[in-house]
Design a protein around this ligand. Sequence first.
Ligand code: 5GP
Ligand code: MG
Length: 215
Amino acid sequence: MVLLILPSIGLGKAGGQVASSLPRLGHDSSVGFDRLRCGVKTLLSEERLREGVDELARQVAAHYGDRPLTIVAVMTGSLVLLADLIRRLHMPIRVSLIQASSYRGGTEPGELHLRDDMMLDVRDRDVLVVDDIFDTGKTLEDVLICIQQMQPNSLSSAVLLHKEGRQVVSTQPDFVAFRIPDEFVVGYGLDYRDLYRNLPYLAVLEESDISAQSF
Ligand code: 5GP
Ligand code: MG
């Protein structure tokens, strides 16, 4: 497994310390909160997401070069990231899916369930696990342990979001697009009770949004 943590994206400090490269959310207008018509607050606009995924793809491409890559996407939250990321990568790519679910319909994590019956054979392959968000880290850690047992040639991981101050594991993702504050977020594939995945931007879901839900 590659053990490097890349600085957060879009801050123009390649190689800087992770702590000093955190986006100053709420102070930087480019990542500030805007209340939208549907009620939820935008944390990352479509444009910021595009830039972040561009940079994530650049980092992955720089690491793997032309080597064939098997991407294992952790369903369901990573499906939008998967679709956007693979179209920015130009090495030969196989796409494999693994299902992980820990949120049993709400905003608090429950017991983790993994389903690997949609996995390709990854033995002796270079494997990149792609997930939507690194929160406590338990999901990614369990997925990596599960795939490591399948004897890949190499194994690394990429996440769209790294939620600050929540981790309970020592595992870290190798590639991170954005570091975000400890808020429950939806959109760009992430859900609340299976809704909101189709929002093209990333939004913070607050208690008041949940109680105001009419669907
Ligand atoms: P972890 O195991 O790292 O605590 O949680 C990872 C999984 O929990 C993610 O893949 C995602 O499905 C879900 N998750 C964690 N934080 C959030 C969040 O803020 N919003 C949503 N929608 N899902 C989250
Ligand atoms: Mg998930």
